[in-house]
Structures are given as C-alpha cells and as structure tokens.
Design a protein. Structure first.
Length: 351
C-alpha cells in the first residue's frame, strides 16, 4: 500500500459523547454510516458503535444488507426509496424501509418495517405535506409494520436559520395526524448541535458527520475531533535547480536550488487535483508545501534546502491545519466530500 488511513475509533466515541451531552439519556441514537461511514469504513465503525447506539442508518439497501451479513443486529433504517425488485429483502434481513414516495406503499411485502418520510422543505426525498391525507389512507389499508416518522432539515447547519423553524412547524402539523406510537426523528448533526433546545430531538436523532469529528456548518464545535490521520512516505527525493518546473503543465517553478519530495498518493487515492499548490503536508515536526500539479498516483512537496531521507513518513491529513475542513475551505466545499472521496484502495487501520 502506498498510504494508510488511520481511524481513531476512540475519537468517534468521544464525538458520540458530545452528541449525548446535547440530547440527554432518553433520546435514541441512529448513527449514520452511509457511504462507508463517510469514508472511515462502515463495518469497523459499526462494530465499534453497535453497543453504543441503538440504530444505524444507511443510504442504500445494499449497505444495510452488508451490515447484516457482517453480524450487526441493531435496527437499520435505509434512506433510499426501496429499489424495484428488491422489496422482499427488507423483511428478509429485518431492515426498516423509508416510505418517501406514495408508490412504495403497495410495493413492500406485508409486515415490512417502515418509517414514513415527509419532505417539509428540503425538496429531495420524501412525500409532500399536501400528500398527508393520501398517506393516512394508505397507512390504513396497507399491512406494513409502521414504526417511525421523520423529516430532514435543509438549513440546520446554520444557527438560527428561519427555515428550520418553518420546517419544524410543518412537520409538527403533520406529526399530529399520525399515531403517537411512531418513533419520531428529525435531527441531523446540525440540528443536534445548533437546535437541540428548539424542540427537534423527539425520540431519536441521526448523527452523521459529527460522529467523525466535523462541525456540520461554519460554527466550530470544540468538543468534536476528526478521527482520521492519512500517512504515506517519501519514495524519492531529488535535487532541484532554481527555475526548474515541476509537474504536468509546469505550474510550479523552484524559487531557488533545493530538494523535491515525491509521495505516492494522488487524485486516484482521493487527494483532489484542485488542491494543487494549495495545501501542506507534515514531515517530522515541519510543514512543507505541496507543489506542482497533483497527478493520479503522486504528489510532490518542496523541501527547501533540506535533504530529507527517502522513506521518511509523511502526514497528509490529520486534525488541525491539515484537516479535511482546511482542504474543504480551499476547495469551496465541505469536509464530507473530502473524507468520502478517499479511495477504498487506501488501507484503513483502526486504532
């Protein structure tokens, strides 16, 4: 392997404790492990969390089945609309389906566990508020095991956003028309940390990116800590003359004579090409700038006048100045995109 992603499970546990501090003891935790637990490794993260949370949530049915086949016993909610032709697998594997579209009611097998999903303003998945009467009719005539009801906030990553209150009001009006026995959940990471005192907690919450150490918005949350460190090594160190041009397109020019370090990690591993000439790596206790265009399998760093030995360990990503949040700022995106893009070929080590 050319690099290793170290996942500190204890930090995920600490981040879960930060969630617990906001929600109290009566609210269930539905840990979101979709998309390989945001790139951290779904099976290992689920193994660590299975005795610490009540539920898991996945994006797809295939992800949920993989957890079941791995031995995870916790209830699992799948967010996607049930794939046509795979409806029987929900009941077979004791997986809870999301009913986000009116067409789903008749497709699921009798007795399938289901949560009713309303779109209160996100305009992604979910049935619309004007569908409530038809939804109630279908609930009354279909023999499914309805166990929950939920919605998803579009703006909860921003403190005091008026649309959160608007969505919550719409959802509360909908919720009042259904059985009080349905488990109710609305709060994603943003709602947990920024709106936990605004009536969004209900019976359960769905912590996602916060479990992996990242604030869901721009407001920092001091008790969250990123759980990953990405490390590689220098596979070659070569001399540079002043004026030498480095990488595809010759986009970086050596300002003086010195040394260039070559690291066997590139955009094929998940270091975005758009980060070229825009971030740093750590070698020993020093930071060194990445220079030249990042290629598919390699990136290069300017070592200045220091001839660092070949084979020296390099830290590419970790908490602080080298975090996914810092990469995200440079790219105009969010940490979720950074961590989920780390290739599966990068070896994961769990600590």
């Amino acid at each position: 392997m050319s690099s290793t992603l170290y996942v500190h499970l204890s930090k995920i546990g600490s981040n879960l404790e930060a969630v617990n501090d906001r929600i109290g003891k009566k609210v269930q935790r539905m840990a979101v492990v979709k998309d390989e637990a945001y790139g951290h490794g779904a099976l290992s993260v689920a193994d660590y969390l299975k005795d610490r949370v009540e539920w898991f949530c996945t994006a797809s049915l295939d992800e949920a089945i993989r957890l079941r086949e791995h031995g995870v016993k916790n209830p699992i909610l799948v967010f996607e609309i049930p794939p046509i032709g795979k409806e029987s697998l929900y009941k077979k594997h004791n997986i809870t389906a999301s009913i986000s579209d009116l067409s789903v009611f008749e497709r699921l097998e009798i007795g399938t566990k289901a949560h009713i999903h309303f779109d209160t303003g996100m305009f992604r998945l979910g049935m619309l508020p004007e569908d409530v009467s038809e939804v109630i009719q279908k609930v009354n005539i279909t023999e499914l095991d309805y166990t929950g009801i939920y919605t998803h906030f579009a703006n909860s990553d921003v403190k005091d956003h008026p649309r959160v209150t608007k969505q919550l009001d719409i959802f509360n009006d909908i919720r009042a028309q259904f059985s009080t026995e349905l488990m109710t959940h609305t709060a994603n990471s943003g709602a947990i940390f920024y709106y936990h005192d605004k009536g969004v907690l209900f019976d359960a919450v769905r912590p996602g990116v916060c479990l992996y150490g990242y604030a869901p918005g721009e407001v920092e949350i001091p008790d969250l800590e990123p759980a990953i460190e990405w490390k590689s090594n220098l596979v070659q160190v070569k001399k540079l003359k002043k004026g030498d041009l480095v990488g595809y397109g010759s986009r970086w020019e050596a300002p003086e004579a010195g040394y260039l370090g070559v690291i066997p990690v590139g955009y094929g591993d998940g270091v975005f090409r758009n980060l070229s000439n825009a971030f740093q790596v750590k070698i020993g206790n020093e930071l060194y700038p990445q220079v030249g265009t990042i290629s598919m399998d390699y990136l290069t760093v300017y070592l200045g006048r220091e001839e660092i030995p070949q084979g020296k360990e390099v830290t590419i990503l970790k908490n602080g100045m080298l975090s996914a949040k810092e990469w995200a700022k440079k790219m105009g995106t969010i940490p979720y995109e950074i961590t989920t893009a780390i290739s599966p070929k990068v070896k994961r080590m769990y600590l």
